[in-house]
Write a protein that binds this ligand. Structure first.
Ligand SMILES: [Zn+2]
Length: 426
Protein backbone atom coordinates (compact mmCIF):
# COMPACT_ATOMS: atom_id res chain seq x y z
CA UNK A 1 0.00 0.00 0.00
CA UNK A 2 1.31 3.42 -0.88
CA UNK A 3 1.90 5.67 2.09
CA UNK A 4 -0.67 8.44 2.03
CA UNK A 5 0.06 11.74 3.62
CA UNK A 6 -3.25 12.15 5.32
CA UNK A 7 -2.65 14.95 7.70
CA UNK A 8 -1.79 17.41 4.95
CA UNK A 9 -4.49 16.25 2.61
CA UNK A 10 -7.40 17.25 4.80
CA UNK A 11 -6.36 20.68 5.93
CA UNK A 12 -8.99 22.63 4.06
CA UNK A 13 -11.88 20.31 4.50
CA UNK A 14 -14.10 22.38 6.71
CA UNK A 15 -13.23 25.78 5.40
CA UNK A 16 -15.53 25.69 2.40
CA UNK A 17 -18.14 28.33 2.87
CA UNK A 18 -19.79 28.67 -0.54
CA UNK A 19 -23.53 28.32 -0.64
CA UNK A 20 -24.51 24.76 -1.26
CA UNK A 21 -27.56 23.81 -3.22
CA UNK A 22 -30.05 22.17 -0.88
CA UNK A 23 -32.46 19.37 -1.73
CA UNK A 24 -34.86 19.68 1.20
CA UNK A 25 -37.87 17.42 0.71
CA UNK A 26 -36.82 16.40 -2.77
CA UNK A 27 -37.98 12.83 -3.26
CA UNK A 28 -36.76 10.13 -5.59
CA UNK A 29 -39.68 8.11 -6.82
CA UNK A 30 -39.48 4.85 -8.71
CA UNK A 31 -42.01 4.33 -11.49
CA UNK A 32 -42.56 1.05 -13.28
CA UNK A 33 -43.89 1.17 -16.84
CA UNK A 34 -46.08 -1.86 -17.47
CA UNK A 35 -46.72 -1.31 -21.17
CA UNK A 36 -44.87 0.12 -24.15
CA UNK A 37 -47.29 3.03 -24.02
CA UNK A 38 -46.12 3.75 -20.45
CA UNK A 39 -42.51 3.79 -21.63
CA UNK A 40 -43.38 6.38 -24.29
CA UNK A 41 -45.40 8.45 -21.80
CA UNK A 42 -42.50 8.46 -19.32
CA UNK A 43 -40.15 9.53 -22.10
CA UNK A 44 -42.51 12.37 -22.91
CA UNK A 45 -42.55 13.36 -19.23
CA UNK A 46 -38.77 13.39 -19.21
CA UNK A 47 -38.31 15.45 -22.34
CA UNK A 48 -41.32 17.78 -22.17
CA UNK A 49 -41.86 18.45 -18.51
CA UNK A 50 -38.54 18.13 -16.82
CA UNK A 51 -37.43 21.70 -17.28
CA UNK A 52 -40.69 23.37 -16.24
CA UNK A 53 -41.18 21.08 -13.23
CA UNK A 54 -37.44 20.67 -12.58
CA UNK A 55 -37.68 16.90 -12.63
CA UNK A 56 -34.33 15.09 -12.64
CA UNK A 57 -34.57 11.68 -14.25
CA UNK A 58 -31.87 9.71 -12.44
CA UNK A 59 -32.62 6.90 -14.86
CA UNK A 60 -34.63 7.09 -18.08
CA UNK A 61 -37.52 4.95 -19.26
CA UNK A 62 -35.95 2.12 -21.25
CA UNK A 63 -38.32 -0.82 -21.48
CA UNK A 64 -41.47 -2.39 -20.08
CA UNK A 65 -41.00 -3.38 -16.40
CA UNK A 66 -37.63 -1.60 -16.19
CA UNK A 67 -37.99 0.95 -13.44
CA UNK A 68 -37.40 4.68 -13.80
CA UNK A 69 -36.07 6.82 -10.94
CA UNK A 70 -37.16 10.45 -10.90
CA UNK A 71 -36.00 13.10 -8.44
CA UNK A 72 -38.97 15.36 -7.77
CA UNK A 73 -38.80 18.77 -6.06
CA UNK A 74 -41.47 19.42 -3.43
CA UNK A 75 -43.27 21.83 -5.76
CA UNK A 76 -43.78 19.10 -8.37
CA UNK A 77 -44.81 16.19 -6.13
CA UNK A 78 -48.50 16.68 -6.69
CA UNK A 79 -48.12 17.14 -10.44
CA UNK A 80 -46.03 13.98 -10.81
CA UNK A 81 -48.36 11.91 -8.62
CA UNK A 82 -51.40 13.08 -10.57
CA UNK A 83 -49.71 12.44 -13.91
CA UNK A 84 -48.55 8.93 -13.01
CA UNK A 85 -51.95 8.06 -11.54
CA UNK A 86 -53.67 9.36 -14.64
CA UNK A 87 -51.58 7.31 -17.06
CA UNK A 88 -51.69 4.30 -14.76
CA UNK A 89 -47.99 3.87 -14.02
CA UNK A 90 -47.37 2.39 -10.54
CA UNK A 91 -44.72 4.09 -8.42
CA UNK A 92 -43.34 4.30 -4.91
CA UNK A 93 -40.99 6.56 -2.98
CA UNK A 94 -37.39 5.37 -3.11
CA UNK A 95 -35.74 8.23 -1.20
CA UNK A 96 -38.01 10.38 0.92
CA UNK A 97 -35.67 13.32 1.45
CA UNK A 98 -32.63 13.59 -0.78
CA UNK A 99 -31.18 16.38 1.33
CA UNK A 100 -31.23 14.22 4.41
CA UNK A 101 -29.25 11.48 2.63
CA UNK A 102 -26.68 14.00 1.41
CA UNK A 103 -26.43 15.67 4.81
CA UNK A 104 -26.16 12.38 6.70
CA UNK A 105 -23.33 11.28 4.44
CA UNK A 106 -21.57 14.63 4.76
CA UNK A 107 -21.73 14.53 8.56
CA UNK A 108 -20.62 10.89 8.66
CA UNK A 109 -17.72 11.68 6.32
CA UNK A 110 -16.62 14.66 8.38
CA UNK A 111 -16.73 12.81 11.68
CA UNK A 112 -14.81 9.86 10.25
CA UNK A 113 -12.21 12.23 8.81
CA UNK A 114 -11.87 14.00 12.16
CA UNK A 115 -11.38 10.68 13.99
CA UNK A 116 -9.12 9.17 11.39
CA UNK A 117 -5.66 7.86 12.20
CA UNK A 118 -2.81 8.44 9.77
CA UNK A 119 -2.88 4.86 8.47
CA UNK A 120 -6.58 4.65 7.77
CA UNK A 121 -7.50 3.18 4.43
CA UNK A 122 -7.80 5.80 1.70
CA UNK A 123 -10.74 3.89 0.25
CA UNK A 124 -12.95 4.33 3.29
CA UNK A 125 -13.62 7.85 2.01
CA UNK A 126 -14.72 9.79 -1.01
CA UNK A 127 -12.17 12.44 -1.90
CA UNK A 128 -12.03 15.98 -3.21
CA UNK A 129 -10.31 16.68 -6.51
CA UNK A 130 -7.26 18.04 -4.66
CA UNK A 131 -7.00 14.89 -2.54
CA UNK A 132 -7.26 12.80 -5.70
CA UNK A 133 -4.35 14.73 -7.22
CA UNK A 134 -2.27 14.05 -4.09
CA UNK A 135 -3.22 10.37 -4.26
CA UNK A 136 -2.01 10.28 -7.85
CA UNK A 137 1.29 11.88 -6.75
CA UNK A 138 1.66 9.29 -3.99
CA UNK A 139 1.14 6.45 -6.48
CA UNK A 140 3.78 7.99 -8.75
CA UNK A 141 6.31 8.17 -5.96
CA UNK A 142 5.60 4.61 -4.79
CA UNK A 143 5.43 2.89 -8.17
CA UNK A 144 7.70 5.13 -10.26
CA UNK A 145 9.34 2.10 -11.89
CA UNK A 146 6.20 1.24 -13.88
CA UNK A 147 4.07 4.34 -13.49
CA UNK A 148 4.31 7.68 -15.26
CA UNK A 149 2.08 10.69 -15.80
CA UNK A 150 1.16 12.51 -19.01
CA UNK A 151 -0.53 15.90 -19.03
CA UNK A 152 -3.05 15.81 -21.87
CA UNK A 153 -4.65 19.25 -21.47
CA UNK A 154 -6.65 21.33 -19.04
CA UNK A 155 -10.29 21.66 -18.09
CA UNK A 156 -12.37 24.79 -18.73
CA UNK A 157 -11.33 26.10 -15.31
CA UNK A 158 -7.70 25.29 -16.13
CA UNK A 159 -7.34 22.26 -13.93
CA UNK A 160 -4.63 20.00 -15.37
CA UNK A 161 -5.77 16.69 -16.82
CA UNK A 162 -3.11 14.10 -16.05
CA UNK A 163 -3.28 10.54 -17.33
CA UNK A 164 -1.47 7.73 -15.54
CA UNK A 165 0.37 5.21 -17.66
CA UNK A 166 1.20 1.76 -16.29
CA UNK A 167 3.87 0.18 -18.45
CA UNK A 168 6.90 -2.02 -18.16
CA UNK A 169 8.37 -0.41 -21.26
CA UNK A 170 9.39 -2.55 -24.21
CA UNK A 171 7.92 -2.36 -27.68
CA UNK A 172 6.00 0.83 -28.45
CA UNK A 173 3.39 -1.14 -30.42
CA UNK A 174 2.04 -2.89 -27.33
CA UNK A 175 -1.72 -3.03 -27.14
CA UNK A 176 -3.32 -0.44 -24.95
CA UNK A 177 -6.14 -0.14 -22.41
CA UNK A 178 -7.97 3.07 -21.46
CA UNK A 179 -9.94 3.52 -18.24
CA UNK A 180 -11.68 6.77 -17.39
CA UNK A 181 -13.77 7.78 -14.40
CA UNK A 182 -15.74 10.79 -13.30
CA UNK A 183 -17.05 12.06 -16.63
CA UNK A 184 -20.39 12.68 -14.89
CA UNK A 185 -19.56 14.73 -11.84
CA UNK A 186 -22.10 13.36 -9.34
CA UNK A 187 -21.19 9.70 -9.92
CA UNK A 188 -18.64 9.68 -7.10
CA UNK A 189 -18.29 5.90 -6.99
CA UNK A 190 -16.72 6.07 -10.46
CA UNK A 191 -13.41 7.84 -9.70
CA UNK A 192 -13.29 6.03 -6.35
CA UNK A 193 -13.52 2.66 -8.13
CA UNK A 194 -11.03 3.58 -10.86
CA UNK A 195 -8.55 4.64 -8.15
CA UNK A 196 -9.22 1.41 -6.26
CA UNK A 197 -8.54 -0.87 -9.19
CA UNK A 198 -5.45 1.12 -10.19
CA UNK A 199 -4.02 0.88 -6.68
CA UNK A 200 -4.81 -2.81 -6.39
CA UNK A 201 -3.33 -3.63 -9.79
CA UNK A 202 -0.09 -1.84 -8.84
CA UNK A 203 0.07 -3.59 -5.47
CA UNK A 204 -0.49 -7.01 -6.98
CA UNK A 205 1.92 -6.45 -9.85
CA UNK A 206 4.59 -5.35 -7.38
CA UNK A 207 4.03 -8.44 -5.24
CA UNK A 208 4.59 -10.63 -8.30
CA UNK A 209 1.01 -11.76 -8.87
CA UNK A 210 0.97 -13.84 -12.04
CA UNK A 211 -2.06 -12.40 -13.89
CA UNK A 212 -0.98 -8.80 -13.39
CA UNK A 213 2.65 -9.48 -14.33
CA UNK A 214 1.58 -11.45 -17.38
CA UNK A 215 -0.82 -8.75 -18.52
CA UNK A 216 1.76 -5.99 -18.40
CA UNK A 217 4.15 -7.93 -20.62
CA UNK A 218 1.68 -7.44 -23.46
CA UNK A 219 -0.34 -4.32 -22.59
CA UNK A 220 0.06 -0.76 -21.40
CA UNK A 221 -2.75 0.73 -19.30
CA UNK A 222 -3.79 4.40 -19.38
CA UNK A 223 -6.01 5.79 -16.65
CA UNK A 224 -7.79 9.09 -16.08
CA UNK A 225 -9.35 9.24 -12.63
CA UNK A 226 -11.55 12.29 -13.16
CA UNK A 227 -12.51 13.22 -16.71
CA UNK A 228 -14.68 16.17 -15.61
CA UNK A 229 -12.64 17.81 -12.82
CA UNK A 230 -14.54 21.13 -12.79
CA UNK A 231 -17.88 19.38 -12.40
CA UNK A 232 -16.45 17.09 -9.76
CA UNK A 233 -15.16 20.05 -7.74
CA UNK A 234 -18.61 21.64 -8.05
CA UNK A 235 -20.26 18.56 -6.54
CA UNK A 236 -18.09 18.93 -3.42
CA UNK A 237 -18.38 22.67 -2.97
CA UNK A 238 -21.79 23.62 -4.35
CA UNK A 239 -24.15 20.98 -5.68
CA UNK A 240 -23.76 17.29 -4.82
CA UNK A 241 -25.97 16.30 -7.75
CA UNK A 242 -24.29 18.31 -10.52
CA UNK A 243 -23.67 16.20 -13.65
CA UNK A 244 -22.24 18.40 -16.40
CA UNK A 245 -19.07 20.39 -17.05
CA UNK A 246 -18.84 23.99 -15.81
CA UNK A 247 -18.40 25.94 -19.04
CA UNK A 248 -20.84 28.79 -19.68
CA UNK A 249 -23.30 28.69 -22.57
CA UNK A 250 -23.70 31.70 -24.82
CA UNK A 251 -27.19 33.18 -24.68
CA UNK A 252 -28.22 31.04 -21.70
CA UNK A 253 -28.01 31.40 -17.95
CA UNK A 254 -27.55 27.65 -17.66
CA UNK A 255 -24.02 26.40 -17.21
CA UNK A 256 -22.39 23.22 -18.46
CA UNK A 257 -22.49 20.58 -21.15
CA UNK A 258 -23.07 16.87 -20.73
CA UNK A 259 -19.53 15.69 -21.50
CA UNK A 260 -20.88 12.30 -22.45
CA UNK A 261 -22.90 13.78 -25.32
CA UNK A 262 -19.94 15.83 -26.56
CA UNK A 263 -17.74 13.19 -28.26
CA UNK A 264 -17.06 13.70 -31.97
CA UNK A 265 -18.89 10.73 -33.41
CA UNK A 266 -22.55 11.02 -34.50
CA UNK A 267 -22.69 14.12 -32.33
CA UNK A 268 -26.07 15.79 -31.82
CA UNK A 269 -28.44 12.94 -32.66
CA UNK A 270 -30.83 10.93 -30.53
CA UNK A 271 -30.77 11.18 -26.74
CA UNK A 272 -28.80 14.42 -26.70
CA UNK A 273 -30.44 17.76 -26.03
CA UNK A 274 -29.82 21.03 -27.85
CA UNK A 275 -31.16 22.91 -24.82
CA UNK A 276 -28.33 24.31 -22.63
CA UNK A 277 -30.40 23.90 -19.46
CA UNK A 278 -30.82 20.18 -20.05
CA UNK A 279 -28.68 17.67 -18.17
CA UNK A 280 -28.02 15.96 -21.50
CA UNK A 281 -27.01 19.14 -23.35
CA UNK A 282 -24.73 18.13 -26.22
CA UNK A 283 -22.69 21.36 -26.22
CA UNK A 284 -22.33 24.00 -28.93
CA UNK A 285 -20.32 21.60 -31.11
CA UNK A 286 -18.60 18.23 -30.86
CA UNK A 287 -15.61 18.51 -28.46
CA UNK A 288 -16.73 22.00 -27.42
CA UNK A 289 -15.63 20.92 -23.93
CA UNK A 290 -11.85 21.16 -23.44
CA UNK A 291 -11.94 18.03 -21.25
CA UNK A 292 -13.34 15.92 -24.08
CA UNK A 293 -11.16 17.57 -26.69
CA UNK A 294 -8.08 16.74 -24.58
CA UNK A 295 -9.03 13.08 -24.24
CA UNK A 296 -9.97 12.77 -27.92
CA UNK A 297 -6.69 14.30 -29.08
CA UNK A 298 -4.82 11.89 -26.84
CA UNK A 299 -6.78 8.79 -27.87
CA UNK A 300 -6.39 9.63 -31.56
CA UNK A 301 -2.61 9.43 -31.19
CA UNK A 302 -2.73 6.22 -29.15
CA UNK A 303 -2.13 3.34 -31.53
CA UNK A 304 -3.43 -0.17 -30.84
CA UNK A 305 -6.14 0.81 -28.39
CA UNK A 306 -7.64 -2.59 -27.62
CA UNK A 307 -10.07 -1.87 -24.81
CA UNK A 308 -11.82 1.28 -23.54
CA UNK A 309 -13.94 1.45 -20.40
CA UNK A 310 -15.79 4.55 -19.24
CA UNK A 311 -16.97 4.09 -15.64
CA UNK A 312 -20.31 5.59 -14.62
CA UNK A 313 -23.04 4.95 -12.07
CA UNK A 314 -25.64 3.73 -11.46
CA UNK A 315 -27.69 0.66 -12.55
CA UNK A 316 -25.21 -2.27 -12.72
CA UNK A 317 -24.89 -2.51 -16.47
CA UNK A 318 -22.08 -3.17 -18.94
CA UNK A 319 -22.92 -1.55 -22.27
CA UNK A 320 -21.34 -1.65 -25.68
CA UNK A 321 -21.89 0.14 -29.06
CA UNK A 322 -23.65 1.26 -31.00
CA UNK A 323 -25.67 3.61 -28.86
CA UNK A 324 -26.18 6.64 -31.07
CA UNK A 325 -29.51 5.66 -32.61
CA UNK A 326 -32.23 3.14 -31.91
CA UNK A 327 -32.40 1.30 -35.23
CA UNK A 328 -28.86 0.17 -35.96
CA UNK A 329 -27.36 -3.13 -37.06
CA UNK A 330 -25.16 -4.83 -34.43
CA UNK A 331 -21.43 -4.11 -34.42
CA UNK A 332 -19.44 -6.59 -36.50
CA UNK A 333 -17.65 -8.22 -33.54
CA UNK A 334 -20.60 -8.19 -31.16
CA UNK A 335 -20.09 -11.83 -30.25
CA UNK A 336 -16.62 -11.36 -28.75
CA UNK A 337 -17.57 -8.02 -27.22
CA UNK A 338 -20.51 -9.67 -25.47
CA UNK A 339 -18.36 -12.62 -24.36
CA UNK A 340 -15.75 -10.39 -22.75
CA UNK A 341 -18.54 -8.39 -21.09
CA UNK A 342 -20.18 -11.55 -19.78
CA UNK A 343 -16.86 -12.79 -18.40
CA UNK A 344 -16.52 -9.45 -16.58
CA UNK A 345 -19.96 -9.39 -15.00
CA UNK A 346 -19.80 -13.09 -14.09
CA UNK A 347 -16.60 -12.39 -12.15
CA UNK A 348 -18.25 -9.44 -10.40
CA UNK A 349 -21.20 -11.55 -9.34
CA UNK A 350 -18.90 -14.32 -8.10
CA UNK A 351 -17.33 -11.88 -5.62
CA UNK A 352 -20.37 -10.11 -4.26
CA UNK A 353 -23.49 -11.68 -5.71
CA UNK A 354 -24.31 -8.34 -7.31
CA UNK A 355 -26.03 -8.89 -10.61
CA UNK A 356 -25.14 -6.93 -13.72
CA UNK A 357 -26.55 -7.10 -17.22
CA UNK A 358 -24.33 -6.86 -20.30
CA UNK A 359 -25.63 -5.85 -23.70
CA UNK A 360 -25.99 -3.26 -26.41
CA UNK A 361 -26.51 0.29 -25.15
CA UNK A 362 -29.81 0.84 -26.93
CA UNK A 363 -31.20 -2.55 -26.02
CA UNK A 364 -30.39 -2.26 -22.32
CA UNK A 365 -30.66 1.49 -21.87
CA UNK A 366 -31.57 4.01 -24.57
CA UNK A 367 -30.01 5.80 -27.50
CA UNK A 368 -27.45 8.45 -26.59
CA UNK A 369 -25.48 10.13 -29.36
CA UNK A 370 -22.06 11.69 -28.95
CA UNK A 371 -21.18 9.23 -26.17
CA UNK A 372 -17.80 7.86 -25.23
CA UNK A 373 -18.09 4.16 -26.03
CA UNK A 374 -19.31 4.85 -29.57
CA UNK A 375 -16.45 7.26 -30.16
CA UNK A 376 -13.83 4.80 -28.89
CA UNK A 377 -15.29 2.06 -31.05
CA UNK A 378 -15.40 4.35 -34.08
CA UNK A 379 -11.64 4.92 -33.91
CA UNK A 380 -10.98 1.19 -34.01
CA UNK A 381 -11.04 0.09 -30.36
CA UNK A 382 -11.92 -3.58 -30.46
CA UNK A 383 -13.63 -3.72 -27.04
CA UNK A 384 -15.41 -0.55 -25.94
CA UNK A 385 -17.73 -0.27 -22.94
CA UNK A 386 -19.56 1.85 -20.48
CA UNK A 387 -19.90 0.28 -17.05
CA UNK A 388 -22.69 1.56 -14.83
CA UNK A 389 -21.48 0.74 -11.31
CA UNK A 390 -23.79 0.05 -8.31
CA UNK A 391 -26.27 0.37 -6.96
CA UNK A 392 -29.66 -0.27 -8.50
CA UNK A 393 -31.25 2.80 -6.99
CA UNK A 394 -31.43 2.44 -3.22
CA UNK A 395 -29.02 5.36 -3.01
CA UNK A 396 -28.45 6.03 -6.71
CA UNK A 397 -25.85 8.76 -7.14
CA UNK A 398 -25.40 9.17 -3.38
CA UNK A 399 -23.95 5.73 -2.74
CA UNK A 400 -22.50 5.68 0.81
CA UNK A 401 -18.72 5.61 1.08
CA UNK A 402 -18.94 2.26 2.90
CA UNK A 403 -19.65 0.86 -0.58
CA UNK A 404 -16.32 1.99 -2.08
CA UNK A 405 -14.26 -1.02 -0.98
CA UNK A 406 -16.88 -3.70 -1.84
CA UNK A 407 -17.48 -2.05 -5.21
CA UNK A 408 -13.74 -1.76 -5.83
CA UNK A 409 -13.17 -5.42 -4.92
CA UNK A 410 -15.86 -6.81 -7.20
CA UNK A 411 -14.97 -4.46 -10.05
CA UNK A 412 -11.33 -5.46 -9.77
CA UNK A 413 -12.33 -9.09 -10.19
CA UNK A 414 -14.36 -8.08 -13.25
CA UNK A 415 -11.50 -6.12 -14.80
CA UNK A 416 -9.05 -8.99 -14.23
CA UNK A 417 -11.51 -11.39 -15.90
CA UNK A 418 -11.59 -9.00 -18.87
CA UNK A 419 -7.78 -8.92 -18.92
CA UNK A 420 -7.61 -12.72 -18.83
CA UNK A 421 -10.04 -12.86 -21.73
CA UNK A 422 -7.82 -10.53 -23.74
CA UNK A 423 -4.74 -12.62 -23.02
CA UNK A 424 -6.48 -15.88 -23.83
CA UNK A 425 -8.57 -15.03 -26.87
CA UNK A 426 -7.00 -12.10 -28.70
ZN1 LIG B 1 -22.92 8.79 -16.11
Amino acid sequence: MATYTWVMIFCCFFSITQTRRMYNNYQVIRAKPLTQRHVIQLHALEYNEKSCHQLDFWTSARAVRKTVDIMVPPTAKEYVALTLDMIGVPYHVLIDDVNEVIQTQRVSHSSKVAARGSNEDFFMFYHTIDEIKLFQDSLLSTYGNILSELEIGTSYEKQPMKVLKISTGGASDKKKIWFEGGIHAREWISPATVMYITNKFLEKYTSGSEDEVNFLTKYDIYILFVTNPDGYRWTWDNDRLWRKTRSPNEGSECVGTDPNRNWPFEWGGEGASEEPCSDTYRGSSATSEPEIESVVNFLKKLENLEMFIDFHSYSQLMLYPWGYASDLAPISNEEEVKKLGDATITAIEAVSGREYECGNTVELLYAASGASEDYAYSIGTRFSYVIELPDKGKYGFVLPEEEIIPTGEETYAGVMAAFRYLIEYT
